[in-house]
Design a protein around this ligand. Structure first.
Ligand SMILES: [Zn+2]
Ligand SMILES: [Zn+2]
Length: 332
């Protein structure tokens, strides 16, 4: 593309990494405080030392791995089949009324696998990205692009939480919560000893702060984690929890709800071995989602996802994601 970026753009880009650096700094310090100050200097029993270090390292590793995956996962862009060709864009821009624009979009989208609509019943369109929005996709103003099944933009991971990293984000919350609870529980007795005056040296302040910070993070992670558990079981993104998706028949906050276990599988996959590790195993392709029966109508009808990954079946004209939209419309 050869895009030129000014120094201001680089400043903004660097600035966005500050929350990630902040989290990593706290995690590094917590590692030092726990392993060196608590396990090495404070705990006397070898058995206790080994047990604490063993469980601590498992949680530390899983937490960092999930966090890393959430941060570095590239969100795959909306497929080309949703792109509005330049000539159609011109027509859209020249359209005299909203109705005329809606009619053009209706023709463009007639063979696309979409069920979501705007509140006025029109096809959802992003004029910044010049695409017809797939179901559950939203434009992120921070990432400056439309994101598949966007949940929210999270500054703490400097990334959008969306279809491709949602599982990693949930595991990150779960392991971060376990990590904090484990630290808080195992440092509690030393926290009590601190107030009784039984601890010596400067290391006691590390243990004091370790307990406080672990407890503080555990409380805030707890509500976030259980809120997302609720969302997963009801098959809603955070955005959809605030603004229910709209279908041909109108708003339906449970439009994508296909039963608790199937909802869970949609995010975590159908292989139990992969549920607890941060490798991608979500079902589908991020573009098409099973919807409840009443929303399955017209050429965009499709079956549920079936039992294997990437097995979403679209009933109706098949569409090649690599072929420009306009060619396909002409040939259908
Ligand atoms: Zn967009
Ligand atoms: Zn974003």
């Amino acid at each position: 593309m050869g895009k030129q970026h000014g120094s201001c753009w680089w400043c903004v880009k660097a600035f966005k990494w500050i929350p990630v650096i902040f989290i990593l700094t706290i995690v590094c310090w917590s590692y030092y405080a726990y392993v060196v100050q608590l396990c090495y200097y404070t705990i006397e029993s070898y058995v206790q030392k080994l047990l604490y270090l063993f469980f601590f390292h498992i949680m530390f590793f899983m937490f960092l791995w999930s966090y890393w995956q959430t941060v570095v996962t590239d969100l795959i862009p909306v497929p080309d089949m949703f792109r509005v060709p330049a000539v159609e864009m011109e027509k859209l821009q020249q359209a005299q009324s909203d109705e005329a624009q809606a009619a053009i979009l209706e023709i463009l989208a007639q063979n696309l696998p979409i069920t979501n609509r705007t509140i006025r019943g029109a096809i959802r369109f992003c004029d910044k990205c010049q695409i017809i929005k797939p179901d559950r996709a939203h434009h992120c103003s921070v990432c400056r692009s439309c994101v598949l099944k966007m949940d929210h933009h999270c500054p703490w991971v400097n990334n959008c939480v969306a279809y491709h990293n949602y599982k990693f984000f949930i595991l990150f919350l779960a392991y971060a919560l376990l990590y904090c609870v484990f630290i808080a529980v195992t440092t509690l007795q030393y926290f009590i000893q601190f107030w009784k005056g039984d601890l010596e040296g400067m290391g006691k302040f590390h243990l004091l702060f370790l307990f406080f910070i672990a407890l503080m993070f555990a409380v805030s992670l707890n509500s976030l984690f259980f809120y997302h558990c609720y969302l997963i079981l009801h098959n809603r993104s955070t955005l959809e929890a605030f603004r229910p998706p709209v279908f041909r028949l109108g708003k339906d906050k449970d439009g994508f709800n296909i039963g608790k276990y199937s909802n869970f599988q949609e995010v975590f996959g159908d292989s139990g071995r992969l549920w607890f590790i941060p490798v991608f195993s979500s079902l589908g392709n991020g573009v098409v989602y099973p919807v409840r029966a009443q929303h399955q109508s017209g050429p965009n009808t499709y079956n549920s996802m079936g039992s294997t990954q990437n097995s979403t079946a679209i009933v109706g004209p098949t569409i090649d994601a690599n072929e420009p939209l306009v060619n396909q419309i002409e040939t259908v």
